[in-house]
Design a protein. Structure first.
Ligand SMILES: O=P(O)(O)OC[C@H]1O[C@@H](O)[C@H](O)[C@@H](O)[C@@H]1O
Length: 299
């Protein structure tokens, strides 16, 4: 669909418009009385969210992100689905599933009763996706932009057999200085340390970051907080449909090897991801739906 057609069908006067973004990719630009946000239809991912009273964007996007078909956009909140991390069956399929580099369909846009903006994007299985992953699904991603940002991944099993998924709302958050932040709410949680041969460990106190961190936390609280003294703010995450969470920062050496991350940008973000990952595998019966949601507030 062209930008003109999208605006005609789904634009909302003075609140939501479709524009051509970097690399010619279609972007949804939202500005309402409470916040502004941009959502990339490619990848089905929110790229920015800034409540009216926030000095800085809540989400981080790499200055070197690719805006190119076939590649994931590094930043905002990519959607990892129907698996999180490496191919669970070792068949050489891409890491984090196959939704990050697709053009999604716009299912609907609306203004809610309290003036928030709701956007729904979706994808269903095709001959091509069944070659990669032999299951039937309707996957939709919903974004509710208001004082807070709410992101939901809703998976419906439209087939006749049950199947299992793992997934992540792979949120990149802007921080003032990675060395100074704390992630709260994980004290006592067990985690798999991906940078220490998948050793199982237990979190003691707040998470601080002074090197590469890549952890899958099991059975976490539904409320996590990023305490960021450099930007004098807290980012609060409230999750539903999830028992696990991932904390990731590549640190200097890995960042330097990434073509889509500037060498020093690792200092400026942390990923605290709302997931079904590790042992938090979700089985979905035929006709059933699983919803993974995170509400993000910056205070
Ligand atoms: O570079 P990608 O594919 O976006 O993945 C980034 C990171 O995503 C994290 O969620 C994983 O735990 C890391 O292991 C991974 O490196």
């Amino acid at each position: 669909m062209t930008i003109e057609q999208l605006n005609a069908d789904y634009g909302i006067a003075n609140q939501l418009q479709f524009i051509e973004g970097k690399g010619g990719l279609p972007i949804i630009a939202i500005a309402n009385s409470k916040a502004k946000a941009t959502i990339s239809i490619y990848g089905g991912q929110v790229l920015s969210f800034q409540p009216s009273n926030a000095a800085e964007d809540v989400l981080f996007v790499s200055e070197k992100a690719y805006y190119q078909e076939g590649k994931a956009i590094k930043g905002g909140a990519p959607v990892c689905w129907p698996w999180f991390g490496p191919d669970p069956e070792g068949l050489g399929r891409p890491s984090h599933g196959f939704m990050r580099n697709r053009l999604w369909s716009v299912l609907g846009t609306e203004t809610t009763a309290n003036g928030d903006t709701l956007v729904k994007l979706g994808l269903t299985d095709t001959v091509e996706t069944r070659e990669i992953w032999p299951h039937n699904y309707e996957l939709s991603i919903e974004f509710l932009v208001g004082e807070t940002l709410v992101i939901s991944s809703i998976t419906k099993n439209t087939g006749s057999e049950p199947y299992s998924i793992t997934q992540a709302l792979h949120t990149y958050f802007t921080v003032g200085n990675i060395n100074a932040i704390q992630v709260l709410g994980l004290d006592g949680a067990n985690y798999i340390d991906k940078v220490d041969e998948m050793t199982e460990k237990q979190q003691d106190g707040a998470v601080t970051i002074a090197g590469e961190v890549d952890r899958i936390y099991a059975t976490v609280s539904d409320k996590l907080t990023i305490n960021d003294p450099s930007l004098s703010r807290q980012i609060q995450l409230t999750a539903t449909g999830s028992k696990s969470a991932v904390v990731w920062n590549p640190w200097a050496e890995k960042a330097a090897k990434m073509g889509d991350l500037d060498d020093l940008e690792y200092l400026k973000f942390v990923c605290v991801e709302t997931t079904n990952a590790g042992d938090d595998i979700v089985e979905i019966a035929p006709g059933s739906t699983h919803q993974l949601t995170v509400k993000i507030a910056a205070i």
